[in-house]
Write a protein that binds this ligand. Structure first.
Ligand SMILES: *Cc1c(COP(=O)(O)O)cnc(C)c1O
Length: 392
């Protein structure tokens, strides 16, 4: 017999979804109202302005796409790119591969600039590719590669792209609210993100932002956007400022209450404070991992605080450890993706999950489980090292 579904209370310290704040969950349960209700429209305007704060942008076209971050990615590519275009795609992990897939499905040519997984994208390689491909009009790269935990210097990449007259398409899914991100100051032309990483919100929405140069480019397309649902010309009639809110699709009303609440929490905390918080807890987690003898994959200067890829010690069974953490500790950490499958764990410290109690829980649970699977580590010293990072 099928009964109501009651999920367990887990601690989500993987690559997303991450823990959702109780404030956000309670916002979700508020009464559903019509998506053209004047009060709802007012709330939509607040969501846009809160998103502008989160992205540090004045872009008018800053909205949440009603679908997961992959749809935000697709929104950027299908609106900007036309068949026959040349796009430089930087790849240093899984999400750069998906960008290539998007470009090619638009009928455009992807010129690949590849870096090792676990490293940042190399701006010099981008410059070389731009020199070699003067017909390129776009540069696409991932700011925070969640598959490896590496951060790329977005400002330098955008500066180079603009010197060669290219528009930039940036994946900021994991970076938004987790590490410094200045859409306007760094010259990102089109950027997409997600709600289930560092925003402490539920999965299923994708904030995007387009500057004037990108909007102009879209207006001057020679061909129609092949996706009806993601066509920004139509979506703008729904989300546009002063637009007559014509029906395009039914907004995910309650999910938008959740996003509103999570963005409000971010504003109340302050962006700088949120970025600092991710850094502080990352340092403590790192101290604990060091004490456990576990190495991070990414060199220190290219490391994301909110996603920690850890090398799995020889002889330790990846799936077994994760299964014990889930069953006995209600703790989820992530597996490796692609070429890193079986070789790394991905420990997320994202949004609401990025807290001292979670760091202590995670380090302690890892120590206990490693002992259980015969990879002896010193539990007491590990906790002391972690607490020392908090100044205790
Ligand atoms: C999670 C993630 C995505 C995809 O998000 P979905 O919500 O799963 O579609 C894209 N890019 C990066 C860098 C991500 O971390």
């Amino acid at each position: 017999m099928i009964t109501s579904f009651h999920p367990p209370q887990r601690t989500l310290m993987g690559p997303g979804p991450s823990d959702v704040s109780p404030r956000v969950l309670s916002a979700l349960a508020r009464p559903t109202i019509g998506h053209l209700d004047p009060l709802f429209v007012q709330m939509m305007d607040e969501v846009k302005s809160l998103l502008q704060y989160a992205f540090q942008t004045k872009n008018t076209l800053t909205i949440p796409v009603s679908a997961p971050a992959s749809a935000g990615m697709e929104t950027c590519f299908v609106n900007l790119i036309e068949a026959g275009d040349t796009v430089i795609v930087c790849q240093n992990g899984v999400f750069g591969l998906r960008m290539q897939e998007n470009v090619e499905r638009c009928g455009a040519k992807a010129v690949l600039v590849q870096d090792d997984w676990g490293r940042a994208c190399d701006p010099q390689k981008l410059e070389d590719a731009l020199k070699a491909n003067p017909d390129a009009r776009f540069v696409a790269f991932v700011h925070a590669e969640t598959s490896t935990g590496a951060i790329t210097d977005a400002k330098t990449m955008c500066d180079i792209a603009h010197r060669y007259d290219c528009l930039t398409i940036v994946d900021a899914v994991t970076s938004l609210a987790g590490n410094p991100l200045y859409v306007d100051d760094w010259g990102m032309d089109a950027v997409y993100s997600g709600t289930q990483k560092c925003l402490s919100c539920i999965p299923g929405l994708s904030p995007v932002s387009f500057n004037n140069a990108a909007v102009e480019h879209i207006k001057q397309r020679k061909t129609n956007v092949q996706s009806w649902f993601l066509d920004l010309n139509l979506v703008m009639g729904y989300w546009g400022k002063g637009a007559k809110r014509a029906y395009h699709h039914t907004a995910p009303v309650n999910a938008l209450y959740a996003l509103h609440e999570s963005l409000l929490m971010l504003k109340e905390e302050g962006l700088n404070q949120a970025w600092d918080r991710h850094q502080i807890h990352h340092q403590a987690l790192k101290a604990g991992l060091d004490a456990l003898g576990l190495d991070l994959v990414v060199p220190e200067s290219e490391r994301l605080p909110q996603l920690n890829a850890v090398r799995i010690p020889d002889g330790v069974n990846d799936a077994q450890v994760r299964a014990i953490l889930l069953q006995d500790y209600q703790l989820e950490i992530g597996a490796g993706l692609g070429v890193m499958a079986g070789k790394v764990w991905r420990i997320g410290l994202m949004g609401y999950a990025c807290r001292k109690d979670n760091v202590l829980k995670c380090v302690s649970a890892l120590a206990e489980v490693l002992n259980r699977v015969q990879a002896p580590v010193a539990h007491k010293q590990t906790m002391a090292a972690t607490l020392a990072a908090y100044g205790e």
